[in-house]
Write a protein that binds this ligand. Structure first.
Ligand SMILES: Cc1cc2nc3c(=O)[nH]c(=O)nc-3n(C[C@H](O)[C@H](O)[C@H](O)COP(=O)(O)OP(=O)(O)OC[C@H]3O[C@@H](n4cnc5c(N)ncnc54)[C@H](O)[C@@H]3O)c2cc1C
Length: 293
């Protein structure tokens, strides 16, 4: 069995190769990244100056020529657009946003449904999939892939201006310990009250969607959840986060989840390994004292 992985983000490609390499031989097409050859793909193809027009043309030809059994496209903005174009061009149905794939007797996939409230497990004869980011922690193996460069045709698109999103520094997807804040923190000024906990744990800080998108207490790249980042730390400490399913979708890969919430019926207590019912402004300083000692 042979699969093709496409991702314009090398990090997602690394995760997808790690996930799929035991299930089939895979080739990867991505933007240049020297580490990508260390994850077990047969051949890694690098491209530059790729846009949906020249990429979709190249990919359609490459897929037809190489008889891949399955096509896995990372669910980035570019990936989703490409999947639509390729599905039409190749007359191949595409299943979106999977986070689980197995091909034993049948092709079985899983994806979130109803805005993340449920998980559907489906059997199908689909051959093309878009894949959510963060399905697994990428792991290198002791074997290097062949590397080929792709010469894409000139695109009709032209970048006029690039404006980077405001970023809060490090990538929370790589953090071992995360202190995450929710609306329960009350205000941006209160962040300084939980910083001693962040410091004593050498943690990264992240937040729920309202905190990052609506109130902008943290930058957008710190949002955890279904529409944010999927994190996999050893410890995820949720402060004043209710634990709605869309938030939980981003923390399922955490090894240990600890929650502090003043409402004992908050859904986060169904999901956490350790839960403290209490006011975070009382509990956090006590915790810091204990941790310092
Ligand atoms: C399509 C879609 C995608 C979404 N994607 C995401 C996503 O990626 N990430 C995400 O987070 N959300 C996402 N959401 C939003 C999600 O449904 C919730 O609205 C959001 O997660 C709630 O954020 P919160 O827990 O910070 O706030 P709330 O739900 O308001 O919870 C605040 C909690 O703080 C507690 N609290 C208040 N004061 C204190 C105190 N002093 N001490 C201790 N506890 C206190 C309260 O008891 C409450 O449980 C999405 C929604 C949709 C529809």
């Amino acid at each position: 069995m042979k699969g093709l992985i496409f991702s314009d983000e090398p990090k997602n490609a690394m995760e997808m190769v790690t996930y799929l390499r035991g299930k089939m031989d895979v080739d990867v097409i991505s933007t240049e990244n020297k580490e990508l050859v260390e994850y077990g793909a047969a051949t890694v193809y690098f491209y530059s100056d790729g846009f949906v027009d020249n990429l979709s043309k190249f990919l359609a030809g490459h897929i037809e020529k190489n008889n891949y059994d399955f096509i896995f496209i990372s669910s980035t903005n570019t990936g989703r657009e490409l999947a639509g174009i390729l599905s039409y061009k190749l007359k191949m149905k595409c299943m979106p946003e999977i986070f689980y794939f197995e091909n034993k007797e049948n092709i079985t996939t899983k994806r979130f449904f109803h805005g993340g409230k449920t998980v559907v497990e489906e059997e199908s004869n689909f051959k093309m999939f878009t894949v959510s980011a963060g399905i697994i922690e990428a792991e290198k193996i002791n074997k290097k892939s062949d590397v080929k460069k792709i010469d894409l045709e000139k695109s009709n698109y032209k970048i006029i201006n690039v404006k980077n999103k405001e970023s809060g520094g490090t990538d929370i997807r790589n953090a071992k310990v995360i202190v995450s804040i929710g609306r329960g923190l009350g205000s941006q000024e209160n962040i300084e009250k939980i910083m001693p906990l962040v410091a004593v744990l050498h943690a990264e800080i992240s937040g729920s969607r309202p905190v990052c998108l609506d109130y902008k207490w943290l930058s957008e790249d710190k949002q955890v959840g279904l529409s944010g980042k999927k994190v996999r730390p050893d410890f995820y400490i949720a402060l004043g986060i209710s634990g709605q399913i869309q938030h939980i979708a981003g923390i399922r890969g955490s090894k240990t989840i600890i929650a502090i919430n003043k409402d004992k019926s908050a859904p986060i207590f169904e999901e956490c390994d350790y839960g403290i019912v209490g006011d975070l402004f009382t509990v956090v300083p006590e915790l810091v004292e204990k941790l310092k000692n």
